[in-house]
Design a binder for this molecule. Sequence first.
Ligand SMILES: NC(=O)c1ccc[n+]([C@@H]2O[C@H](COP(=O)([O-])OP(=O)(O)OC[C@H]3O[C@@H](n4cnc5c(N)ncnc54)[C@H](O)[C@@H]3O)[C@@H](O)[C@H]2O)c1
Ligand SMILES: O=c1ccn([C@@H]2O[C@H](COP(=O)(O)OP(=O)(O)O[C@H]3O[C@H](CO)[C@@H](O)[C@H](O)[C@H]3O)[C@@H](O)[C@H]2O)c(=O)[nH]1
Length: 329
Amino acid sequence: MSGATILVTGGAGYIGSHACKILAQAGYTPVAVDNLSTGWRDAVQFGPFEQADLLDRAALDDIFARHEPAAVMHFAAMSDVGQSVREPGLYWRVNVGGSLNLVEAAVAAGCPHMVFSSTCAIYGDQDGIMLDENSLQHPINAYGASKRAVEAMLANFGAAHGLETVIFRYFNVAGASPDLDVGEHHRPETHLIPLMLDAIDGRRPALTINGDDYDTPDGTCVRDYVHVMDLVEAHLRGLRWLQDGRGSRVFNLGTGKGFSVRQVVDYSAIVTNRQVPVTTGPRREGDAAALVSGSARAEIELGWRPERSTLEQMIADAWAWHQNGDFAQ
Ligand SMILES: NC(=O)c1ccc[n+]([C@@H]2O[C@H](COP(=O)([O-])OP(=O)(O)OC[C@H]3O[C@@H](n4cnc5c(N)ncnc54)[C@H](O)[C@@H]3O)[C@@H](O)[C@H]2O)c1
Ligand SMILES: O=c1ccn([C@@H]2O[C@H](COP(=O)(O)OP(=O)(O)O[C@H]3O[C@H](CO)[C@@H](O)[C@H](O)[C@H]3O)[C@@H](O)[C@H]2O)c(=O)[nH]1
């Protein structure tokens, strides 16, 4: 069903803008639906833009009526782990309340398919290395709890109304489009790699490592980084999975390799050939010690093969965007 219209909520954000790019390349028409709360008008380059808030149900109904999408890719959310601990209401309102509006609008419009951005944060702090789709879910912050609630919501709507969903639980997304048209840009920035690049080129005085007393090999948190272009390629495959009638399914998206914050610092120094000014601070609330995917389901069932997800490539692409592409230039 190439040529079909796909609603992309959060299409002005980091991952959503890359999804719009790959959808357009594959012949779909991506309609970005975004309230620009953390996204950027300049990131909407690959199809129409609808400025709307997920909390505005009437606006969503109007958008579904005018565009008649074949499916929704639902990226729009608040996703700052530390903020979610301090302001849980925002996370329940936007992530859960906004998703409920969207799901009800999709069902009312007869839109049968949704691809949803979930997160490994729903697993919480477990052994950190063998997290697969059947692992226990113990979110330790409101962000993870809100995403788990949306997963349950989608299952309920699937049972009652036949809405079919592919749920992707991402690990840590990094990198940028190698064409430098879109990339990662948050204000304020909270993510490790862009903050480190800011420290490297002097936009910030130093990177603060959030705690070095975790039970990990070097004491800093371990994460599984996946390139944003590989991630959105999986979304294209997830969309086709639904359009081929293969039904609802959950997939982890990670590489199975964990890197500590210190290792990311060391790789960044090598890739950029610059010093990384670093200080060590306290732990950040809501942080799990280690989150690494222990699943090959996406590879086996979707035929997904990450191609750019080495740490060096992700840092190199983020660095190129940071220096040459970033909307902030
Ligand atoms: N970046 C990661 O490492 C990562 C990892 C796991 C899951 N995720 C999930 O992926 C999705 C995209 O994340 P991102 O990193 O691109 O974040 P982002 O902040 O860059 O993008 C989110 C977009 O959603 C929009 N938005 C937020 N609330 C909205 C609302 N009420 N109505 C309409 N639009 C709204 C924002 O303006 C923004 O453009 C999120 O659901 C996030 O939870 C991200
Ligand atoms: O200045 C900084 C920023 C981050 N970190 C640490 O680096 C690691 C990665 O942090 P970050 O890049 O903020 O990602 P996460 O908090 O792991 O969250 C991301 O990855 C999650 C999945 O792990 C997603 O669900 C979230 O949406 C996404 O923001 C964490 O241990 C942070 O404490 C630092 O030490 N210093």
